[in-house]
Design a protein around this ligand. Structure first.
Ligand SMILES: [Zn+2]
Length: 277
């Protein structure tokens, strides 16, 4: 995968950025480019439970649910993720996800980009024990964090590779506990004829729990869903601005924190970015 591919796949951002979800109808026009720090200031205030609509908007069978179900499931998935994070920290005596991954016997690699994919991803878990952290996105985000204001909003707790890694570790934990873990045992009955049922698992639950797991393990004061927008910003401030609007609306908030960035400032930033790469 090349840089051009990444840019192409970013438009539209059809998927959740940690890989698994798909929102087929996601297609948007141009967005007003917003100031990164103002967007972050708004997004870090959204409480973990308030992400339920955004989280479920990536769920393939979302149309079958009510908001009451989504909220109930979200709460349970957050508890599940947090509980496993505490168990992990206790079991391995550390919250450092790199050390935990080593002790779990994970094989972690750090390629620049995904090999082949039809969507942008920042990290990926594949059974039985492989995790990839895609470093081009990490470097772009690290560069953005050189702005002291950005770093202050995201706090010194944020280490992007460790946060991405913790999320993927949860998917491994799910695999190892698939008969008992809430995110896998909880099913939705699609249909039922006599004794024949078709039960579906709910992918959004895995994602919500993985986000909560990573937040808890890394002791972040905000939901790791914020990183969806932040990591996209490194590639496309415009797409990130669109994602921000969607996140705010899904959380029942007005996306008015961010003023439009003057065009010259934006061009300057893009030029600097090009010079650095
Ligand atoms: Zn995930």
């Amino acid at each position: 995968m090349t840089k051009e591919d990444v840019k192409r796949y970013l438009k539209p951002i059809a998927d959740g950025l940690f890989g698994r979800q798909r929102r087929p109808t996601y297609e948007r026009p141009h967005f007003k480019i917003r100031d990164l720090n103002q967007m972050l200031e708004d997004l870090v205030q959204i409480q973990p439970e308030e992400w339920f609509r955004y989280a479920f908007s990536r769920e393939p069978i979302n149309g079958k649910f009510t908001d009451a179900q989504r909220i109930d499931w979200t709460r349970k998935a957050i508890l599940c993720g947090k509980e496993y994070a505490r168990k992990t920290a206790e079991k391995y005596g550390t919250r450092n996800s790199i050390r935990i991954a080593e002790k779990m016997g994970m094989n972690i690699t750090y390629p620049d980009f995904p090999d082949k994919t039809d969507r942008v991803m920042f990290a990926q878990y594949t059974e039985p024990n492989n995790i990839k952290i895609f470093m081009d996105a990490v470097r772009k985000a690290d560069r953005l964090m050189q702005d002291p204001k950005t770093a202050a909003i995201l706090t010194e707790k944020l280490n992007i590779p460790k946060t991405l890694l913790a999320h993927e570790l949860f998917h491994n934990i799910e695999e190892e506990n698939k008969d008992t873990i809430f995110t896998r045992t909880e099913k939705f009955r699609l249909w039922s004829v006599g004794k024949v049922h078709n039960d579906s698992s709910i992918i959004a639950l895995s994602e919500i729990a993985a986000m909560a797991y990573s937040q808890e393990l890394n002791q972040l004061p905000y939901s790791t869903y914020v990183l969806d927008m932040f990591l996209v910003y490194g590639y496309s401030p415009e797409e990130a601005s669109g994602l921000y609007e969607e996140m705010m609306e899904d959380a029942g908030r007005k996306p008015d924190g961010g003023e439009a960035v003057p065009a010259e400032t934006m061009e300057k930033r893009i030029r600097q970015e090009k010079e650095q790469t």
